[in-house]
Design a protein around this ligand. Sequence first.
Ligand code: GRF
Length: 209
Amino acid sequence: MEKIRIAVLVSGGGTNLQALIDAQNSGIIQSGQIVRVISDRPGVRALTRAQNAGIGAKVINKKALGSQEAFEAALQKELADCGAGLIVLAGFLAILSADFTRQWDHRIINIHPALIPSFCGKGMYGLYPHIAALEKGVKVTGATVHFVNEIPDGGEIIDQKAVYVEEGDTPEILQRRVMEQAEWIILPRAVEKVSAGMLKNGRDKQEIS
Ligand code: GRF
């Protein structure tokens, strides 16, 4: 069966990457295959998770490369080398230029730890959306999977899942609940949905090397 070749971009712990690996092994993801994990920095746990799963991993060190252009040129080369047709940002913190996202229109998806349009946009990553949700006193937050375009967290929404805020929640407790009850469920589901759609629409042709 043909599958969409998926590159997962990471920057940290890789729990969303792990959810994708587990979903691939359990059959939740059937229309795509993770062929490469790319980190924008060395020494992160996501790289160990890739290694343990036997998936090729590469560090493209944005800081060492020194410019957005050099970083994106190296990224495009790696993506071409592995024949990726779909990019998944899983805890990925580097910014991608409008030029880059235009070249991958509707072929980059991202997981955001809030219900967009709440608590999103520039600077809203990691714990910050959860800090903002607690400060606002919302009773419900959650996670969103969306296509990536030139506006931070501005692309078309693919899926969302709500999570209750509970009495006494700290940002760390809330982050963990949102990951467990939302992110790790909707990201694999969205990857399967988008991959199956790409196969159906024949957008996989250029992916199979
Ligand atoms: C999580 O808060 C996730 O919502 C965001 O990045 C953080 C770390 O994710 N996208 P991971 O454990 O590296 O997948």
